[in-house]
Design a protein around this ligand. Sequence first.
Ligand SMILES: [Zn+2]
Length: 400
Amino acid sequence: MRLKCKDVIYDLTKLTEEARTKQFAIWHQLNKKEKLEIFCCCNEMANIYPPMHVRYLSQTDKYIIANHSLKQEDDRELHDSSCPYNNTFRKTLNQIGINYDEEKDMFSVNLSTKRKKAANTSESSSTSSYRTGTRATRNMASTDPMNRLYYLFLTMLEYRRVEKYTPEGSRNLKGRIWSAAEHVQVNRKLLKDMLYIAGTDEKKINKKIQLIVGWGNKVTHEPDPDIKFPHLMRIPLLALDKRDQLSIEVTISKSVYNKGICFDHLDVKTGYWLIWKEAESPDDWPKEKEIVFVPADEKTGIPVESGLELKMLAHLVQKQKSFKKPLIQNVIELDLDLRPDMVVYGENEKIAIIEVAGFEDDAYREKLEWKRKKYLEKGYQYLQWEGKSSLEEWDELNNL
Ligand SMILES: [Zn+2]
């Protein structure tokens, strides 16, 4: 996370644990003398800076960054919808089975497929309220490891701000996923130690690897049944740092592939392949157990939920707009309980909400109309695209 203090920006992810502790101790001391103002930078694109403070934990002799206690409840909603200090975000993650430990700055989740049969069915009803758009996961229990894997990955992308785009920023997807993995524990082990990211550099998949992440392109590199062994599927993984280059091919059983979430019904051919592996016993090599495809834009790596969203996103990139595409949460920091598809940060602090309307039914239209009114009431610009009119000729959008 990034913090602002006396107009200096501190990127905590770039500091060693020691340097971080030292900085926190200095702030804690300073705050005793003068009122020191520290702010979270999660929402700087909207020019909102939620106040934070340093807390000393005497039991563990540790300093942590916490929400400012005076106006806690209000401030928590000022955080970006994907900032771990946002209360609603944390609650949502919790329901999916992802916990966030503020003290350790660590997400934890259980992905073991062995728990599957013991899954508590009462938890499943809560899934429907999440923003997925990718309906396939909606009907699945939140305790299902595949669903968790999907959400965990989105959480990791949001943690390293992949869902945000600014024309001048670099994307560095591989680096961002690596650094997110330092803050995730899967089945009580650090994800970084069991993660393989397909890249241009050569590295073997060893016995410790349980999660494989690679780029996918279902047109140029389609998964194929093995010619010699038809019960096997070969998944070509492209490099995350050079997304037109084949990095490695992973072979998984056809039954695992067939029960995977691949979103073939969506008109999006590029995205991330996630392959989860697990060993039967501690001495065995882990075997492929789950596969998930996360549809995403090739240029930015930002996940999308439909072909129309992909077109809109590509257009915003081409027009050099700054925007974000919320992945898990509503855009609550804008006080909108409405789940917009995209938020564009235009000139002069103007904020525009974009809805990509893909369905024709009346109930859906009614809901959109209600949303439109709410957005306008709150002073945001609202643009709705049904995929028919030309984006290139849409001045209202292009002049944002
Ligand atoms: Zn924040």
